[in-house]
Design a protein. Structure first.
Length: 245
């Protein structure tokens, strides 16, 4: 009872917790699958694995959500999560351009919703694709490792445009429209803040590893660096010998 009241009265808070939970579940799945490959001694490109798993994961979430609200009074209820999904797909997953399937995914989503004959849906698709390409362009053409303000500006413009066509398509009232745009702003601030923390953590770990494996004066490799390499080579050799037997 308390959960239902909380969900109904605080949709923004529950949305934030849901998004954070979705990110954490993905990290757990990714770590678990990598561990399985490590146990069975299968070498796989972790970036490719992350991309494939991420695409399957986010698509599964989106289609399950969309299926749950078909023929309901508020078919736009998960719109903000759709926009966050693009941020996840582009910024967190960093799917290599040659592997990206964003255009076909959008068209498949339209077919799933029987929306190919709707001009508003095509406008929504164009906004989503433009949003993806804009984030992807910034990510690949900036010297800043995480251009927070640029990402946020692009997301706000794209989100406002997306919600405008949602408003037109579903005849949403102005109060609901502006409330959802404000929710989107808060969710995007939360999302990019979370990603920025992840980037900061990775940079801190890289700096610690650099300090641990390099001489502070000459910046040359120290004993620990060579020890790590030797241990890795020895482990690979043992695995290779085990397979040959």
């Amino acid at each position: 009872m308390l959960t239902k009241i909380f969900l109904d009265s605080a949709p923004l808070i529950t949305s934030l917790f849901f998004i954070m939970g979705a990110f954490i579940v993905f990290q757990i799945l990714f770590a678990g699958i990598r561990l399985v490959f490590k146990v069975i001694h299968k070498n796989i490109d972790k970036y490719l694995l992350r991309s494939i798993l991420g695409i399957i994961y986010i698509l599964s979430l989106l289609f399950i959500m969309q299926l749950s609200i078909r023929d309901k009074n508020q078919p736009w209820i998960y719109v903000n999560f759709q926009l966050v999904s693009i941020i996840f797909y582009t910024v967190i997953l960093s799917v290599p351009f040659k592997y990206h399937l964003f255009g076909p995914i959008v068209v498949a989503f339209m077919i799933f919703n029987s929306a190919l004959s709707s001009w508003e849906s095509w406008c929504l698709a164009i906004v989503l694709i433009a949003f993806y390409y804009s984030l992807n362009y910034v990510k690949n053409h900036t010297k800043n490792k995480f251009p927070f303000s640029v990402y946020l500006l692009i997301s706000l413009i794209s989100g406002f445009a997306y919600w405008f066509f949602i408003k037109v398509k579903f005849s949403i009232s102005n109060p609901i429209f502006f409330k959802q745009v404000i929710y989107l702003l808060i969710i995007e601030l939360f999302t990019f803040g979370y990603i920025a923390i992840l980037y900061t953590d990775l940079e801190s770990r890289a700096a610690l590893f650099q300090d641990a494996t390099h001489d502070k004066l000459t910046h040359a490799y120290n004993y620990d660096a060579f020890d790590i390499d030797f241990r890795s080579l020895f482990k690979d050799n043992v695995i290779s010998d085990g397979k040959s037997l």
